[in-house]
Design a protein around this ligand. Structure first.
Ligand code: GDP
Ligand code: MG
Length: 167
């Protein structure tokens, strides 16, 4: 079945120069990248993305982690992978959440670690099911940033909206 999934290369992945390694591993899936960007993650986006983790004791650190505050690298690379069994394929290549328990040949098993403060630095995020993927893709991307129509859209006029353009 054709599926889509959000993939984020987290700040530890970027600071360790793992972008190429991660993309190479994910390319084994033969899936298509249909959207990609580098962005700074503000607190609102971080908290919305991880809102299901709100009650966890590590929530505050998790929000600082995804914002890059623990790595002095305030950016994340966000992508949408699309194709046959995208969710399962990418989660399998990523490996388990806990990088110490992840299969050693998986991305998290190869490059992740648990810090002495107990943070799971697991280098990438990937959606766990179709419902979560839809919520996350719509949170991280505008329809026009994705080269295929993944979900229904509508057109609204926004005459009052200001936009920065090249000078
Ligand atoms: P994922 O879908 O595999 O990323 O895992 P979850 O959705 O369960 O958790 C989201 C993120 O929270 C994980 O990727 C980790 O960064 C972090 N996390 C999850 N469980 C733990 C935990 O037990 N301890 C710590 N420190 N972080 C965790
Ligand atoms: Mg998850």
């Amino acid at each position: 079945m054709n599926q889509k999934t959000l993939v984020l290369i987290k700040p530890d992945g970027l600071v360790k120069s793992l972008t190429g390694n991660i993309l190479m591993r994910l390319s084994e899936s033969k899936l298509e990248i249909v959207a990609a960007k580098i962005l700074r993650v503000n607190k609102e986006l971080a908290e919305e993305h991880y809102k299901h983790m709100e009650d966890k004791p590590f929530f505050k650190e998790l929000i600082r982690y995804i914002q890059g505050e623990l790595h002095g690298r305030r950016k994340v690379m966000a992508m949408v992978y699309w194709g046959e069994d995208a969710l399962t394929k990418v989660r399998e290549l990523a490996g388990s959440t806990n990088p110490e328990e992840a299969d050693v040949t998986s991305i998290r098993g190869s490059f992740g670690r648990i810090t002495t403060k107990g943070i799971y630095e697991n280098v990438l995020h990937t959606s766990s099911d179709a419902k979560e993927a839809e919520r996350e893709i719509k949170l991280w991307f505008e329809p026009d940033e994705i080269i295929v129509d993944l979900y229904p859209t509508k057109t609204v006029s926004m005459e009052t909206q200001k936009k920065r353009v090249w000078a």
